[in-house]
Design a protein around this ligand. Structure first.
Ligand code: FAD
Length: 391
């Protein structure tokens, strides 16, 4: 009968989906696959961040924009995330003398970006995953091998034990250095390119003072300095996370405490007392500057067997603040296509076709914005070069 056939059809559409990577895109993708009735295994290399004392990895906070908000709204989480997010209504530019000026993002409609904590956002998404009986989370599972054709995978846990698993569909949300993508690269017809920029980044902190922010909270602060720059986003605890981006050769020239303080006195004189000299020295020399990579590839799928989303599909330099937002938008787009209930191979092919040009474009825009943000105040470059020559 009709009901019986419908159920059989539904059953066929219910797949065992393995989502590799429980970061921002992976946990969101898991939620969407589960809502469609699939059985989802969510595998994550790291421990459960909800129990971690220190979360390793990139940027502590991120700018959430419309694309990300729409994706969160679709799983009923937008309000929860925005409740603790900090609106940023524009850029606050800090010139070399320490004077500031504001450029509002949207003076007419008052739209804004939101500063969200990576950890908080990931926790909200994982908590939502826990509410689905058809999502099983497997932390401390690092994908080490996969056969996409057969849907077989091998994971390693911290004890170096090998765990084998299978799935009808493997979804790689395992970031810029994706292991799932490594398998796709071997397949004929897969295009791939990557570009590292000569700029690295390092995170510093402007702590709160007397329980309050030390700078106006509702802005994305930028110190543009031609070949390098610094930005700061507000955190819920009233501190700012500061990201210093500069060519590796400039990082390499700063070897001593004195050189570091002199560099900041010359280039970021207003930020130095806010960060604090001691803290700056500690944080600057504690970590090495991180590399930034831009990755373009396609197709994003293999038959009805595998798919990559988020940074695994299109990592970009962070200067447009769209990496996470675009990754979340992947999930929105994919869900819309899957809802049409086409055969899965056709649906995944449609996803690649409707996504790759936009993904390439956002990677390019992020690269252009990298140049644009650095160059907002060109005139300081000459002074900087002179100063660097003295080092
Ligand atoms: P990831 O966040 O990299 O998550 C991948 C997950 O997969 C991780 O949890 C990892 O542990 C796991 N994993 C990796 N390998 C394996 C494996 N083999 N097995 C199992 N698990 C694995 N984007 C914005 O939209 N706004 C911003 O303001 C912004 N600022 C940024 C600032 C900086 C400095 C940087 C570097 C990036 C910024 N981004 C921003 C980009 C954003 O961080 C990424 O686009 C986003 O994190 C991508 O999410 P993802 O889930 O695809 O990948």
């Amino acid at each position: 009968d009709v009901n019986g056939r419908q159920e059989a059809g539904d059953e066929r559409r219910r797949r065992r989906v393995a989502v590799v990577g429980a970061g921002l895109v992976g946990s969101l993708a898991a939620l969407n696959f589960a809502r469609m009735g699939n059985h989802v295994d969510l595998y994550e290399y790291r421990e459960d961040i909800r129990h971690a004392l220190v979360v390793q990895g990139r940027s502590i906070n991120l700018a959430l924009s419309q694309r990300g908000r729409r994706a969160l709204a679709a799983v009923g989480l937008e309000e929860k995330v925005l409740a603790t997010a900090i609106p940023m209504r524009g850029r606050m530019l800090h010139n070399i003398k320490g004077m500031t000026s504001v450029v509002l993002y949207d003076p007419c409609n008052n739209q804004c970006l939101y500063s969200v904590g990576r950890r908080q956002l990931n926790e909200v998404l994982l908590d939502a995953c826990d509410k689905f009986p058809n999502i099983q989370c497997h932390f401390e599972h690092k994908l080490t091998a996969a056969n996409l054709r057969e849907g077989s995978m091998e994971f390693r846990n911290p004890k170096e034990e090998v765990i084998s698993a299978g799935a009808d569909l493997i979804v790689g949300c395992d970031g810029a250095f994706s292991s799932v993508r490594q398998q796709l690269v071997r397949l004929p017809g897969f295009n791939y390119s990557q570009e590292y920029i000569e700029t690295g980044y390092l995170e510093l902190c402007i702590p709160s003072k007397l329980g309050d922010f030390q700078m106006p909270a509702n802005y994305l602060h930028i110190w543009p300095r031609d070949s390098f720059m610094m930005i700061a986003l507000p955190n819920q605890d009233k501190s700012f996370t500061v990201t210093l981006s500069m060519p590796f050769e400039v990082f390499a020239k700063i070897q001593s405490k004195e050189q570091l303080l002199e560099f900041f006195r010359t280039n970021f004189r207003d930020a130095l007392p806010l960060i604090g000299e001691e803290q700056l020295i500690k944080d600057f020399f504690k970590t090495r500057p991180q590399h930034l990579v831009s990755i373009k590839c396609r197709p994003y799928h293999y038959a009805d067997k595998a798919l990559i989303l988020g940074d695994a599909a299109h990592a970009m330099v962070p200067y447009y603040g769209q990496g996470m937002n675009a990754g979340m938008e992947d999930v929105t787009l994919l869900t819309g296509i899957l809802d049409k209930q086409l055969p899965l191979d056709k649906a995944l092919a449609q996803f690649t076709e409707s996504r790759w040009q936009d993904a390439f474009a956002i990677c390019d825009l992020a690269m252009y914005n990298y140049v644009e943000m650095r160059d907002l105040t060109k005139r300081w470059s000459f002074r900087l070069r002179k100063w660097l020559d003295t080092l």
